[in-house]
Write a protein that binds this ligand. Structure first.
Ligand SMILES: NC(=O)c1ccc[n+]([C@@H]2O[C@H](COP(=O)([O-])OP(=O)(O)OC[C@H]3O[C@@H](n4cnc5c(N)ncnc54)[C@H](O)[C@@H]3O)[C@@H](O)[C@H]2O)c1
Length: 214
């Protein structure tokens, strides 16, 4: 599975490194050439505990590379800034521009995830209309969702794996489920083991319930 992470800042870079360390082919995209050049040399320009070492292995193995221009992939993760403007609104220009870039390479079966902190309805009102211009339909031809990041700087590598996540979107048909399941599994073995245990508990709970109703 090739994963493209758009925006290599405090959220995008650890996320990209997490997937690359899990063995996926990850391409990071950033408009800033200096960030791209540094990453391709195995260096980072931000400070986050453990991150400088965490990127070294996947960069050396070729699992994590960076470019300024988008390329086709199976999964796109949008982690660009959404700063608050003077009139207290979220500035969504970066999300719009990243979505327009995805439109140029979107294909059937892809999974697009908005990771940036965004106003409710952003996927519906901003991203879907742009991506549907491809002629593909969200939830039918490609998968589109929002899973806002909740990590705290300073312990991002720990929290990416251990924090619970809220996710929703146009991802309900079976291919999307399998895509999102493999996406979740990739986060870490520890996390997928925990989720598997939760799933097993839920299944046995359901079995008990159906036993009671018959
Ligand atoms: N930093 C945090 O602790 C934190 C925590 C939770 C959520 N968030 C949210 O995550 C999102 C990203 O925040 P961040 O802190 O990683 O931002 P950041 O400023 O550290 O990094 C964003 C990166 O995106 C790049 N970029 C901007 N537009 C682009 C485009 N069109 N294509 C490619 N690259 C582009 C910038 O050059 C920058 O390197 C925001 O919505 C933020 O609110 C941040």
């Amino acid at each position: 599975m090739k994963i493209c992470v758009i925006g290599l800042g405090y959220i995008g870079l650890p996320t990209a490194a997490m997937f690359a360390n899990a063995g996926h082919q990850v391409l990071g995209i950033d408009k800033k050439q200096a960030i791209v050049d540094a990453l391709n040399k195995g260096e980072i320009l931000i400070e986050e505990k453990g991150l400088a070492d965490f990127i070294k292995k996947p960069v050396a193995s070729g699992h994590l590379t960076a470019k300024t221009e988008i390329e086709p992939a199976d999964v796109f993760i949008v982690s660009v800034p959404t700063p608050i403007t003077e009139d207290k609104k979220a500035d969504m220009r970066f999300v719009k521009s990243a979505t327009e870039d995805i439109l140029t390479v979107l294909k059937k079966g892809d999974l697009v995830i908005l990771e940036s902190t965004s106003p409710i309805g952003t996927v519906d009102s901003l991203m879907k209309p742009i991506l549907d211009k491809s002629g593909l339909v969200a939830g039918v031809d490609y998968n589109l969702g929002h899973s806002p990041e909740r990590v705290i700087p300073g312990q991002i590598l720990y929290e990416l794996v251990h924090n619970s996540r809220v996710a929703g979107g146009y991802t309900l048909h079976p291919p999307a489920q399998s895509a999102s399941q493999s996406f979740t599994r990739a986060l870490s073995k520890a996390r997928s083991t925990r989720q598997m245990q939760e799933l097993q508990r839920w299944q046995s709970f359901r079995k008990t319930l159906s036993g009671m109703s018959t």
